[in-house]
Design a protein around this ligand. Structure first.
Ligand SMILES: Cc1cc2nc3c(=O)[nH]c(=O)nc-3n(C[C@H](O)[C@H](O)[C@H](O)COP(=O)(O)OP(=O)(O)OC[C@H]3O[C@@H](n4cnc5c(N)ncnc54)[C@H](O)[C@@H]3O)c2cc1C
Length: 511
């Protein structure tokens, strides 16, 4: 038996089988061989009777928006193909982001405290042969998904929402006045919360390959020395296997979680999850100063996150993606829960207004999926953090670059560093960091240009200029007061414009 079999066979269930299944899915994405589902069709005939205002397909993050909408008086049904239950492994997030659960009346103060399973400080960012940066209160809260989802589910049911478990979405017919879901549920609006591999998203993307991908493997285990600090981003190896390995570690309720993750393009020659898991087991002892034999594994964790540089818009009216299916999360992190929480109020108010004013056409719903230059600029960083198969980079290049950039950010202080680590890039912080890095490390910056390519750089420059424009427009606050005097339908459009500037400039972090 080899090491990976030995380790994973300690756990109940066929974990290795699950890992290999994920690898097959990854390969089909790389080779673009998966068939394109045809689950959405259109009809010109209006529906006779519409039972629901909103049908949500997918329960994990769908229940959060479902509960928020049912509390606003809408008739909401939630379809989950399995049983609605959160996963064992905590979701990490920053404390201030959780306030939205109180604001939207999804949790009481006590329930919010109960949902927080772990809390640690400080967290480190470190790179091979370079800077160590320590921060407090960034992504240092572990939320218990089981408790959170169960509590929100009970509120949803108490407020009149209807949950249909073991009920898989299989089709949607879009009529002029509603959508017929799985031939059974008629609704004014369908929310697709079926995750990265939603059949609706696959149909809408028409087999477009992702622009990048992040592979993650790891575990939660007991047997480490007590340690109440964490790593947000740590690397201690040069480029190996055409990958720059990054690590994350933090205390969990039942042990310590450690992740190894890496960014890559879709080249078929890149390693898969099983090989990355073997690397994880090989390097974990060095990383955490512990022998594998000392550890009692609680669970293995793995996944991959496709990311697209273009915002996803559905060509049909009355269907909107939310959660991972919307592709709204940063290409740098796999923090889809954090991203959903950050956008929860925007989505709740936006969907509420769309329903109230019947703005459910493709162009009206597109505004709830706005282009966000602050996310688009991070594409260049993902490209700078990955090593292509055919590019012969200096094995320390990525470490040297990141070390230099974080060194400059640390000197600029927490107002620059913290938003970046929370997936929020802001114009002033980005400009200061780039200028300072370019002045102090011109050669490093020059070396990145061939790595990312000139086209990516031009593309980035456009997003960077847009980031500046969005920041100025949001800070000017030109529309905020005037919009109140408009009729509700016009307000829907102007509110979306304000949201777009706010979220697109990263100013939601301070709201
Ligand atoms: C190892 C790992 C660690 C992570 N850590 C963090 C973290 O610390 N912080 C953070 O913010 N995020 C983290 N994430 C990401 C986070 O887990 C996801 O962003 C989140 O689960 C996305 O939720 P979702 O509901 O959009 O999609 P999914 O989690 O994919 O859920 C989709 C839901 O839809 C249901 N479904 C699918 N198909 C159908 C169908 N046909 N009909 C009906 N229902 C259907 C599924 O059963 C499921 O309930 C991590 C992910 C991984 C893999």
């Amino acid at each position: 038996m080899n090491l990976i079999e030995e380790v994973l066979n300690q756990l109940p269930g066929d974990v290795l089988g699950g890992l290999r299944k994920s690898d097959r899915l990854l390969n089909s994405l790389r080779e673009n061989t998966a068939p394109i589902p045809q689950v959405v069709t259109q009809s010109n005939v209006p529906l006779d009777n519409i039972e629901w205002d909103v049908v949500i397909c997918g329960g994990t993050l769908g229940i959060l928006i479902g509960c928020a909408l049912v509390k606003r008086g809408w008739r909401v049904a939630l379809l989950e193909r399995g049983v609605l239950r959160g996963r064992e492994q905590e979701w990490n997030i920053s404390r201030s982001e959780l306030e939205v659960f109180l604001e939207l009346d999804l949790l009481t103060k006590q329930e919010l405290e109960n949902a927080i399973a772990t809390h640690y400080n400080p967290a480190r960012v470190s790179f091979l042969g370079g800077t160590e940066v320590w921060v407090n209160d960034v992504l240092n809260i572990g939320v218990d998904p089981i408790y959170l989802l169960e509590t929100v589910k009970n509120k949803f049911l108490a407020a009149g929402g209807k949950l249909f478990e073991n009920t898989a979405f299989d089709s949607a017919v879009v009529h002029p006045n509603g959508v017929l879901v799985s031939n059974t549920f008629s609704t004014r609006l369908l929310l697709d919360a079926m995750g990265n591999f939603s059949p609706i998203v696959q149909q809408a993307r028409q087999a477009k390959k992702p622009d990048g991908i992040c592979l993650v493997v790891g575990s939660c285990a007991q047997g480490f020395q007590p340690n109440n600090t964490g790593d947000l981003l740590a690397s201690f190896t040069p480029i190996l296997n055409n990958c720059q390995y990054f690590w994350e570690a933090f205390p969990a309720r039942d042990g310590r979680t450690t992740y190894l993750f890496t960014y890559m393009d879709l080249d078929k020659q890149h390693i898969g999850l099983e090989t990355l898991f073997v690397e994880y087991l090989r390097l974990l002892p060095d990383y955490q100063g512990v022998e594998l034999s000392q550890l009692q594994l609680q669970r293995a964790l793995f996944g991959f996150f496709p990311a697209y540089s273009q915002q996803l818009y559905f060509p049909w009216g009355r269907i909107l993606p939310v959660g991972d299916s919307s592709g709204n999360q940063s290409p740098l992190s796999f923090g889809g829960f954090g991203s959903m929480v950050r956008h929860l109020k925007r989505l709740t108010l936006g969907i509420h207004e769309a329903l109230a004013t019947e703005q459910l056409s493709p162009s009206a719903l597109k505004l709830l999926q706005p282009y966000q230059p602050n996310l688009s600029v991070t594409w260049l960083f993902q490209k700078a953090m990955r090593a292509g198969i055919d590019r012969k980079l200096d094995s320390k290049q990525i470490n040297s670059l990141l070390s230099a950039v974080f060194d400059q950010m640390q000197q600029l202080g927490e107002p620059v560093l913290k938003p970046f680590l929370q997936d929020v890039v802001q114009f002033s912080g980005l400009t200061q960091t780039l200028l300072k890095t370019a002045l102090n490390h011109p050669l490093l910056i020059a070396r990145v240009i061939p790595q990312v390519g000139i086209l990516s750089l031009i593309d980035w420059t456009i997003h960077y200029i847009n980031l500046g424009i969005y920041t100025a427009l949001f800070k000017l606050g030109v529309l905020q007061n005037w919009v109140k005097s408009l009729p509700p339908t016009k307000q829907y459009y102007y509110h979306r414009l304000i949201d777009k500037w706010q979220f697109g400039s990263g100013y939601d972090l301070f709201s």
